[in-house]
Design a protein around this ligand. Structure first.
Ligand SMILES: *Cc1c(COP(=O)(O)O)cnc(C)c1O
Length: 361
């Protein structure tokens, strides 16, 4: 059976090479007589797997010894809590820029545990159709938190916010993690749920500056304390062993692809096919966000009516393209074009869009 073109927002498409390699390893990993799923997380074989994944994250982003990499559980959603719990220190304000649903959830968690929160900027006035170009930090910020790609609304930060160096910049990069080169030195903490760009659901990659770790609030509950996870190399408790192995395979795929520069070129090409089709459709397809802030990962658009949108999604499915329905909170259509989506998939979708317009425009 042929595989479909998968435009799901997450869990999302994985590289075919990775799936085939995992399949070959599944029953008997490297002649050990068992699968990675059955291995002790304390074995030297698993240690080699997680060490390899750490090393790849560091190589891909060019990280030095001043950063720790962690593979945690609880998803990006638990990071919404862990960040303020560890770093929103007494007497300072946790600063956030609100660019959509996920930012709001991050803000809500900080408030739930009674932290002082300051909204430095928000794009809610135009239903999150843009990325703010200016912000007003509070007098004494503990950190600034941003969401670098807004999976639901389809906007993406194309620049790193310039803030004073002594204020830690923290980013939820779940949906554009490893999709392009970034100036990682500007960030003190980055987190990303694996299921968008680097693996199956089940682990969140956290990249954290050691100098920030030193400033964490002490005495936190064990599983919510970054320092405990760092000291134990993400092995305080049983980690998501098989998922981390899968992430390692995806990271290897990224490196073999040529790294972030090549990945970014490919992502631009893919998004270009679809955005060009939208822009050349004389308004049949309508992009929902400001052009300069369009996400290369999650392409959101509307058709002239909800009936046509429904038909579009179902006809696309009949043509082997799935996952094109917009998020339930915003409606419309959304094509997620993560790293592993083949170029051919984006091209096929753009051709389908043109044909659909010819028939229904
Ligand atoms: C998907 C997503 C999340 C939530 O991730 P979970 O792993 O489900 O907790 C958070 N932030 C962004 C930007 C996302 O795209």
């Amino acid at each position: 059976m042929e595989r479909v073109y998968n435009f799901n927002a997450g869990p999302a498409v994985l590289p075919e090479e990775v799936l085939l390699e995992a399949q070959a390893d599944l029953f008997n990993y490297k002649g050990m007589g068992l699968s990675v799923m059955e291995m002790s997380h304390r074995s030297k074989e698993f240690q080699a797997i997680i060490d390899d994944a750490y090393a790849r994250v560091k190589r891909i982003y060019g990280l030095g010894d001043d950063y720790e990499v962690l593979f945690l559980q609880g998803g990006a959603s638990l990071q919404f809590l862990m960040v303020p719990l560890n770093f929103a220190v007494e007497g300072k304000e946790a600063n956030y820029i609100n660019t959509g649903q996920w930012s709001k959830k991050a803000i809500a968690e900080a408030k739930k545990i009674g932290k002082a929160v300051h909204i430095a900027a928000s794009s809610e006035d135009r239903n999150f159709a843009y990325i703010p170009r200016s912000w007003q930090l509070s007098d004494n910020p503990s950190y600034l938190h941003i969401t670098t790609n807004n999976t639901i609304f389809g906007t993406e930060w194309k620049f790193d916010p310039d803030i004073p160096e002594d204020i830690p910049l923290i980013a939820d990069m779940s949906s554009n993690f490893m999709s392009k080169p970034i100036d990682i030195q500007k960030y003190s903490l980055v987190y990303a749920g694996a299921q968008k760009n680097v693996g199956p659901a089940g682990t969140v990659v956290v990249i954290i500056k050691k100098s920030l770790l030193e400033k964490a609030i002490p005495g936190l509950p064990t599983m919510l304390d970054y320092n405990i996870h760092a000291k134990n190399g993400s092995l305080y408790n049983t980690p998501a062993c098989f998922i981390i192995y899968m992430v390692g395979l995806v990271l290897k795929w990224i490196e073999n692809f040529g790294g972030l520069k090549k990945i970014a070129e490919n992502n631009k090409l893919k998004a270009g096919y679809i955005y060009d089709t939208i822009d050349e459709s004389n308004g049949f397809y309508r992009g929902t966000v400001d052009k300069e802030d369009r996400s290369l990962m999650n392409i959101t658009f509307r058709l002239p009516s909800e009936e046509l949108e429904e038909l579009f999604v179902s006809e696309a499915k009949k043509n082997g393209m799935i996952g094109l329905k917009g998020h339930r909170d915003v409606g419309g259509c959304r094509a997620s074009c993560y790293n592993s989506l083949p170029l051919k998939a984006a091209k096929t979708l753009s051709e389908f869009m043109k044909e659909f317009q010819r028939q229904h425009g």
